[in-house]
Design a protein around this ligand. Structure first.
Ligand code: AKB
Length: 313
């Protein structure tokens, strides 16, 4: 039987690009894009509120869905504005997806986690797979609980759930929303339009980041790996490149020498201060042969090339 894929959160930063990539592989008819919004200008789109269990189950049954990519979540900065609301969306959505997987016997599910699962008392310089997970944001707490729930459904019900811990994701096609790493997308948009940039994170705030191409490839490669090679059923560390706002500023200055960043840290600095600087992704490398292709220089050249075309129009 052919795979039938449901992407939940298809209108978001990663969902937009993952939908395109999966459709290249499986075809538009086999990949349903869904989101909470009423109308999105993409073919084969359905409005699905993932917190509505009955609606989700109906969508899966009616369309013969065999795989779900569950990308809908409230991220770190937005979650801190309304913690219980964020917790409810993140946890209810996840449990509904896992229950759909168990009850309707889905083949495979992807649920992303994040570097926000780390918080206090761990090695920030080179954060390993099994460091303590003591986050201090509601987003991080929900993802730590989520990782354990994924592992629980795998161990107890044999549900084939897979996950990676995304770093900050940088791409030119879609905008992020509500994250602490969002500055690293916005900075390129400002530079290409000829503006200077005001960073809400301070100089020296090194964070793990990843170019969108690598993030999409990691997601699809993990999902296509034979099940017996997926040894970690909480979530895999994956690394791209790590940098601080002044590093990306310098990389951009190679293209726009007059570009300047000023630093006005806000509440997101407190969040970033507890996150890793660099990620050790050796388990993902060993288990399913993961490696990133983009460093800061390659990513910057590609971002600027594509955004220049976008803003010319
Ligand atoms: C955020 O900043 O909240 C996200 C993430 C690192 O998961 N981009």
């Amino acid at each position: 039987m052919k795979d039938k894929i449901l992407i939940i959160g298809a209108g978001g930063q990663i969902g937009t690009e993952l939908t395109e990539a999966l459709r290249q592989i499986y075809g538009v008819d086999q990949v349903i894009a869904s989101d909470i919004r009423e109308n999105i200008e993409v073919p084969n789109y359905l409005k699905v509120d993932v917190t509505d269990r009955a609606a989700l189950f109906e969508c899966v049954r009616a369309n013969g869905v065999s795989q779900i990519y569950h990308l809908a979540a409230i991220l770190s900065a937005r979650g801190e504005q309304n913690p219980l609301w964020a917790w409810n969306i993140n946890m209810t959505g996840l449990i509904n997806v896992l229950e759909a997987g168990r009850e309707l016997k889905l083949d495979r599910i992807f649920v992303p986690s994040t570097i926000a699962v780390f918080g206090i008392d761990y090695d920030r310089e080179n954060t390993g797979q099994f460091e303590p997970l003591i986050p201090e944001t509601v987003y991080g707490i929900s993802k730590v609980a989520g990782e354990s729930w994924c592992n629980y459904y795998f161990k107890n019900y044999g549900l084939d759930v897979r996950s990676v811990r995304y770093p900050g994701i940088i791409g030119y096609k879609s905008m992020p929303g509500g994250g602490t790493t969002d500055y690293a997308v916005d900075i390129y948009h400002q530079a290409v339009q000829g503006f200077n940039f005001v960073s809400f994170l301070n100089k020296g705030t090194i964070l793990p980041m990843m170019y969108m191409d690598d993030a999409i490839r990691a997601t699809i490669e993990l999902m296509q790996t034979p099940a017996e090679r997926v040894k970690i059923r909480t979530s895999y560390n994956i690394a791209g490149c790590s940098f601080a706002p002044e590093d990306v500023t310098q990389a951009i200055q190679k293209f726009f020498p007059h570009f300047q960043t000023t630093y006005v840290p806000d509440f997101r600095q407190t969040i970033a201060d507890l996150w890793p600087k660099r990620i050790d992704d050796s388990r993902a490398r060993e288990d399913w042969n993961w490696h990133a292709k983009y460093d800061l220089e390659l990513m910057t050249a590609d971002m600027i090339k594509h955004l220049a075309i976008k803003y010319q129009h």
